[in-house]
Design a protein around this ligand. Sequence first.
Ligand SMILES: [Mn+2]
Length: 247
Amino acid sequence: MQVPSLVHDLTKLPSPALVIGHFDSDGYLAAEQTRRNLRAARIKVSEVLISSETSNYRFWTGRFAKMSFGKFPLVVVVDIAFNFKNPKPSLASLLKVCRNNPSTQFVVIDHHPLLLPKNGPANLTLRSVERVYDCCLGEPSDEFMAVASICDGGIVVSSPRWRKRHLKRAQGLKRAAADKNIAGPRLQALLRQRRWSFFEALAEEPPEFHRTVRGRRIATNFPSPLLAALAMSSGTALSTSVLGLRR
Ligand SMILES: [Mn+2]
């Protein structure tokens, strides 16, 4: 069922692609790394979906089961686990979607053990990787996936030169992902533009601006000046004076 050549030589994959990522800090990074790798292989990525509907295993039997994939010959899902306690319904839903969409190639990559079917459909590549660092399609880079590893609390894979900066970026990214005004397309755009200076600056704000419960900002927080400025700006166009930092 695994088609190794498909994931080793990305240029052979069909286009355009839909990339779906987990709705948390490392999920954004895994999706962005995947998008960049596909683009580098000249595969068009026409949509990246990260939303509250991709926040846990319910995605597989929920949004995913109801989506139409006609526009996408390639669908890549990264960092969305099956239900840990009962993975069968998640897998059953994935298999059903693959069978109902025979002209779409599905690639699913996660760093939690995935329940692998004995005889999966030919249009499904299901890959379980050991490290968060590898939880993307194509080659991981330190720039994105070392930060993803830190966000997930995993082992930091990076040179000492990068490590400190990666830690800051990871903290900033977590803070941004916890904010309901920034989570989703806005955060995706910041990453696409590699606005690391924003995440580094956000990490510098006092912790009392950024208390969270289950990864979401709590209402009694002091407002974060940087998140407020970003929410008020159009798109992601923050002036360098707001950022106050080099790239
Ligand atoms: Mn995740």
